[in-house]
Write a protein that binds this ligand. Structure first.
Ligand SMILES: *Cc1c(COP(=O)(O)O)cnc(C)c1O
Length: 466
């Protein structure tokens, strides 16, 4: 399998350094074996997230210089709304500084205590914002996604039967259906156009709004072009535009497919609702023509949204992720298949089958990636989602022990990713030197960010650095 050459060349570089093995061990101990506690300067290849980590183009950097920092009606706002309007087809566009603010504005305005929000899968900030407003967030992911190995092309789909049943069983109680494209929390898997359209029809029958959580709309559109019958000859822009016609609005974090380090928006047609959202925006973010962003940031997002639908770029991007997945599979390590848009998800139990879930095998792999290669990844398994049963107190593991290698956009090259594969091979071949972990400190909410852990068996100190 070949990676197509990136349709850009490097004009500006940011040095990175690999600390020696002793220093990496020291950083792990000081961080309480929590990868979130490591300083970025001590990380060689950072695959923690694809959010806000994109490299900007020369055109975007140039756009920074024409930022108009007037309080009201800056020219970059005009460019921003023209671009978002052309892309999404919606009439009212509200800039925000990042995606979760769009969620907060919408749910603050439309939800009452006890209302339901349904989704193919809520992203964690989306769920948190629903619950913060007293809402109940329900995930209705297609059962086809449960088999990690099946090659079903649209594992991000919503379960249409479950959606129909949910809306029929709770008339008037479901306020909005959020379609997350691609489905981030479910492995960055795409959602089919047919699924989106059918969901929109069902929602229409029950008078329920459909909003897109469109952080990765371009990657989703590119997968539709490649995988769904009837879309091979359409442009990504046309596919995105069609997709947005099957919805009432858009929540967007521009930190992903906006190719920007910060930014987002809300887009919709309902004038009355847009008015209410704007009132709240002015209260918490800023005036309606900048929404928490500098004029130059609006310009960067507008230019990023113009660039992200470039198909040569999307081809290289998705091929890079697929290539990494393929190489990891060749090592005999299990991954979620097929690879999605922004990350490879490793099934850590295929690397460390002897480490029980209660000792966090995914976390072991995260630690080994840093220890052996200075690589930062994130565990999505029992450290993140495992918990004690409310009645029995017994440990309930997460359904899967995954490790996410998120690929920042336009940042790393084939040789960086080849190094990640080499490191994984080294880990696999020396796995007897790795161990499980136990929690020594955990917070009440989102414990994975602040937890401190300890190895349950001493690590073999003789293991040499790569
Ligand atoms: C990142 C993300 C968000 C939240 O956006 P922020 O810009 O981080 O606030 C919401 N939904 C999805 C699918 C995301 O990936």
């Amino acid at each position: 399998m070949k990676m197509p050459p990136e349709p850009y060349r490097i004009k500006s570089i940011e040095p990175i350094q690999l600390l020696d093995r002793a220093a990496r061990d020291d950083r792990l101990v000081k961080a309480g074996y929590n990868i979130f506690g490591i300083a970025s300067r001590d990380v060689f290849i950072d695959l923690l997230t694809d959010s806000g980590t994109s490299a900007m183009s020369d055109r975007q950097w140039a756009g920074l210089m024409i930022g108009d920092e007037s309080y009201a009606g800056c020219r970059n706002y005009e460019h921003f709304i023209e671009t978002v309007g052309a892309l999404t087809g919606f009439a009212h566009i509200i800039p925000v500084h990042q995606g979760r603010v769009a969620e907060n504005l919408l749910f603050s305005t439309i939800l009452d205590e006890g209302d339901f929000v349904v989704s193919n899968t809520h992203f964690d900030t989306t769920r948190a914002n629903v619950e913060h407003k007293g809402g109940i967030a329900i995930d209705l992911l297609t059962p086809k996604a449960k088999d990690l190995k099946s090659d079903f092309p649209f594992k991000g789909n919503i379960d249409l039967d479950a959606l129909q049943k949910m809306l029929a069983d709770h008339p008037g109680q479901v306020k909005v259906c959020v379609m997350t494209v691609t489905n981030n929390a479910a492995g960055g898997q795409p959602v089919a156009m047919a699924n989106i359209k059918a969901a929109y029809d069902i929602c229409g029958k029950y008078n329920v709004l459909l909003y897109f959580d469109a952080a990765r709309f371009a990657e989703n559109a590119y997968f539709i072009k490649q995988r769904e019958t009837g879309y091979g000859n359409k442009t990504v822009r046309e596919i995105a535009r069609e997709m947005f016609t099957y919805g009432d609005g858009v929540l967007m974090s521009a930190k992903k497919d906006g190719l920007a380090n910060m930014g987002g928006f809300l887009a919709l047609n309902d004038t009355e609702l847009a008015g209410k959202l704007t009132e709240l925006l002015i209260l918490v973010e800023g005036f309606r023509t900048y929404g928490g962003l500098a004029g130059r940031d609006l310009e960067v997002v507008a230019r990023g949204l113009e660039e992200v639908t470039d198909e040569q770029y999307l081809r290289a991007r998705t091929a890079q992720v697929a290539w990494l997945g393929e190489k990891i599979k060749e090592l005999g390590i299990g991954i979620v298949e097929p690879t999605g848009g922004h990350a490879v998800f490793i099934d850590a139990r295929t690397v460390f089958p002897e480490i029980p879930c209660r000792q966090f095998p995914g976390h072991t792999l995260v630690i080994e990636l840093y220890r052996q290669g200075g690589i930062r990844a994130v565990e999505i398994g029992s450290l993140m989602f495992g918990h004690a049963d409310a009645e029995t107190g017994e440990f309930v593991p997460a359904p899967y022990e995954l490790v996410r290698l998120a690929i920042p956009r336009r940042v790393y090259t084939e040789s960086h990713l080849a190094y990640v594969v080499e490191t994984l091979d080294h880990i696999r071949r020396h796995k007897e030197t790795a161990c499980g972990y136990e929690l020594v400190y955990e917070s009440k909410y989102l414990r994975h960010f602040t937890a401190r852990l300890a190895p349950v068996a001493p690590v073999n100190e003789k293991l040499t650095a790569q």
